[in-house]
Design a protein around this ligand. Structure first.
Ligand code: ADP
Ligand code: AMP
Length: 218
């Protein structure tokens, strides 16, 4: 049976960091909606140009566009065993659409680990975040530095600071998360899928809790 895991948590909670580790351990594809938007932006596709303004303002790209993008991604051959979803869904409409997509595959969301981190920590997490140009691997200048400053440990590519990690944009992204995404905590709790994880622990301890939460999934 394929396995679909949704990583939930505010921007800066550590979803991408954990997804990188867990996808490798479990042999599951990491599907990050933010990475797909950034790749489209880099390639200057119509989708990328359309998403750019929303991303720069720290707003959500409209549901219809985002849902179509994820539907296409999940239909690719590398997702036959399932996927680890990071950054999608972000609204109840996206969550309903995901359930619909998976139902057509006779499948469902199996577990929703929610990485919880207090809002006041997120600005420091995001303003110290460095992202790799080639593949989006993430580092933190204080909490998870790369071995060579400015270079990705995995592929040696240049590290950069995302435009939307500037404090003013981060504040808006946190507001957007509170208003539009945090209702998904209850949404998935009611379905018995939510596993809450303390995201303030060191990265390895978060991973251990995450693996335990996934093991308890449906
Ligand atoms: P998200 O994908 O949820 O936005 P990231 O995985 O990109 O979050 O993490 C945000 C920043 O916080 C990155 O710079 C990352 O290195 C750092 N980080 C991730 N997990 C932890 C942790 N457990 N403790 C301290 N810093 C962390
Ligand atoms: P992330 O890399 O997850 O922090 O996402 C970066 C930006 O991409 C967000 O601030 C949004 O503008 C856009 N984005 C990513 N995922 C979604 C989504 N599921 N729905 C709408 N917008 C998204």
């Amino acid at each position: 049976m394929p396995m679909y895991i949704v990583l939930l948590g505010p921007p800066g909670a550590g979803k991408g960091t954990q997804a990188e580790i867990v996808s490798e351990t479990m042999g599951l594809v990491h599907v990050s909606s933010g990475d797909i938007f950034r790749e489209n932006l880099k390639q200057q596709t119509e989708l990328g140009k359309m998403a750019q303004g929303y991303m720069n303002r720290g707003e959500l790209v409209p549901d219809d566009v985002t849902i179509a993008m994820i539907r296409e991604r999940l239909s690719r051959a590398d997702c036959v065993k399932g996927a680890l979803l990071d950054g999608f869904p972000r609204t109840p409409a996206q969550a309903d659409a995901l359930a619909g997509m998976l139902a057509t595959l006779n499948s469902q969301v199996n577990s929703v680990p929610y990485i919880s981190v207090p809002a006041e920590v997120l600005i420091e997490r995001l303003s110290g975040r460095w992202t790799c140009r080639a593949e989006g691997h993430v580092y933190h200048e204080k909490y998870n530095p790369s071995k060579i400053a400015g270079k990705c440990d995995v592929d040696g590519s240049e590290l950069y600071q995302r435009d939307d990690d500037k404090p003013a944009t981060v504040e808006n992204r946190i507001r957007v998360y509170m208003n539009q995404t945090s209702p998904l905590i209850e949404y998935y709790r009611q379905k018995g899928l939510l596993g809450e994880i303390d995201g303030m622990q060191p990265i390895e301890d978060v991973t251990a809790d995450l693996m335990a939460a996934i093991g308890k999934g449906k």
